[in-house]
Write a protein that binds this ligand. Sequence first.
Ligand code: CDP
Ligand code: CDP
Length: 222
Amino acid sequence: MKSFSVAIDGPAGAGKSTVARQVADRLGLTYVDTGAMYRAVTWKALREQVNPSDEVAVTRLAQQTQIDIHPTDIWVDGVRVTEEIRSPEVTAQVSAVARIPGVREALVEKQRAIAQKTGVVMDGRDIGTYVLPDADVKVFLTASIEERARRRYLEMMRRGFSANLEELKEAIRRRDEADTTREHAPLRKADDAVEIDTTSRSIDDVVERILELCRTKVGGGE
Ligand code: CDP
Ligand code: CDP
């Protein structure tokens, strides 16, 4: 399935990376976490004390940064940053960085280059609408904000961090708002994407539904 591509978009905590990773494993495709790339640039900006809203400086930084994404690890200029890019500091600033057109251009170029070389399951906010408009299968995952905040809360607990459910909910709401209202490639469902509400569906259930969409596509049913 070399050139097959699956685009998975949706808001924070909808379950994109969890199901995308499993779908990629099951189909033998490469999983590409585009959110990790925006997080990587944000991490570097914070580390180099570049103001995340300085468009010129952050664009230059994005163009000059070597980002290597593997299914389980992310490297920035040869440094492994898999855990660091998930920190609350990076999470709080990432949408400001992701709204800069020059940053998006630099990262979208990398994302398309990967999808040209190999079959992918790519997750993000603008994959079906902008990065891979001709993807074979497009999925838009949603879930209620209460459920998405609850999932993030449980995740933080599992990782040994303290967390406040109401604060997490507010942070997710703010990020959703920034991602859906930005000018360049905002978060929205592609017209031809299949929407799946994951609020009360298990991970396995969602994975099976996406695999079914892929099988239908390969079989010429859609
Ligand atoms: O995993 P989570 O849903 O928390 O976020 P993520 O997928 O790691 O993405 C982090 C942020 O990067 C998002 O809130 C967006 O601001 C940005 N992003 C984007 O603009 N476009 C993408 N294709 C992926 C992420
Ligand atoms: O990538 P995104 O921000 O959309 O979400 P995620 O990081 O894949 O999922 C957030 C959390 O929700 C993870 O801990 C998943 O195990 C969990 N999850 C769930 O409980 N039920 C689902 N149907 C999907 C994800």
